[in-house]
Design a protein around this ligand. Structure first.
Ligand SMILES: N=C(N)NCCCC(=O)O
Ligand SMILES: [Zn+2]
Ligand SMILES: [Zn+2]
Length: 320
């Protein structure tokens, strides 16, 4: 195997120079193939409140210029042991949600070939449905770890079945997720009624609220999640609004009382050992951001996901 081509060396070319691919990595068309492709989905046609997540991919790439090649917390160099490349953006129709969903599913399906796993940058949370469909086509029904202030298992908004508040109910209905291993983490805030919770539970979700994380701590929560997930193929969907608005002001439906970015990153690190097959980071809406707080957090979250994939790749190679 040829050595993976890593990011532009920031000691030779200042990190504020040159094009903003994710972490200054090569584009997918500049390498022979990738173990991990980072792909943007600039779509926000499914939002119920503030728009603007269509600008999320560009903002997260820009904020990712400061990422460095070694992850001390996980003891891994995620761009050295696997080829990571930026696949650019999926060009979706901003005026037709149904067509957008199909385009995302098709594009994710063709990017995610035999050895390539996807880390997707949104876009609003609507995009999780086609991404889960693509994941399930390859792996069968997947376990889902969903970080969010919101349940996103509501039925419809204004009669629309595809919105950013409904992807996980649709996914359960379609049988593309493994209902014995579905969890929300970070939920909080007012609901429409108690039935939101009872219906969510019926769909198969377990809930670790933001307050649970505060009370029990990241390590204990990660242990519990790891046990629930077991060795099932795992998809991780991270709505950046799982973070407190102090840690992620740049988002469309902010709720007080959220996770700190430290808690989120620590829970993610505690997932080392899970069979991660794909992930997304969604709902970054840069127009409401300040000092890139949200896009920096999102870029670090994506970096941690890529690092988990690197650890997993390392283990798979040793097993051979
Ligand atoms: N997926 C996100 N971020 N938000 C869903 C909020 C649904 C609502 O407006 O009630
Ligand atoms: Zn949310
Ligand atoms: Zn969401």
């Amino acid at each position: 195997m040829t050595e993976p081509r890593g990011p532009v060396d920031s000691s030779r070319v200042p990190r504020f120079a040159g094009p903003a691919t994710f972490a200054r990595l090569p584009r997918l068309d500049e390498v022979a193939g990738a173990d991990v492709a980072v792909v943007g989905v600039p779509f926000d046609g499914g939002v119920s409140y503030r728009p603007g997540a269509r600008f999320g991919p560009a903002a997260v790439r820009e904020a990712s210029r400061l990422l460095r090649p070694y992850h001390p917390g996980l003891d891994v160099s995620p761009f050295a042991t696997q080829q990571v490349a930026d696949a650019g953006d999926i060009a979706v129709n901003p005026f037709d949600i149904g067509e957008a969903i199909e385009t995302i599913q098709d594009a994710a399906g063709s990017l995610q070939t035999e050895g390539t796993r996807l880390v997707t940058i949104g876009g609003d949370h609507t995009i999780a449905l086609p991404l889960l469909r693509a994941a399930a086509t390859r792996h069968g029904p997947v376990a889902v770890l969903h970080f969010d202030a919101h349940l996103d298992t509501w039925d419809t908004y204004f009669g629309a079945e595809h919105t950013h508040g409904t992807p996980f109910r649709r996914a359960v209905e379609e049988g593309i997720v493994d209902t014995s291993a579905l969890s929300h983490v970070g939920t909080r805030g007012p609901l429409y009624g108690k039935q939101d919770l009872t219906e969510d539970e019926k769909l198969g979700f377990g809930i670790v609220t933001s307050a649970d994380v505060y009370r029990r701590g990241a390590d204990e929560v990660a242990d519990q999640l790891r046990q629930r997930i077991g060795d099932r193929p795992l998809y991780v969907s991270i709505d950046i609004d799982c973070l407190d608005p102090a840690h992620a002001p740049g988002t469309g439906t902010p709720e007080a009382g959220g996770l700190t970015s430290r808690e989120l990153l620590e829970i993610l690190r505690g997932l080392a050992g899970c069979h991660l097959i794909g992930a997304d980071v969604v709902e970054v809406a840069p127009a409401y951001d300040h000092a890139e707080i949200t896009s920096v957090a999102a870029s670090h979250v994506a970096y941690d996901l890529i690092s988990l994939l690197a650890l997993q790749g390392k283990r798979e190679k040793t097993d051979e």
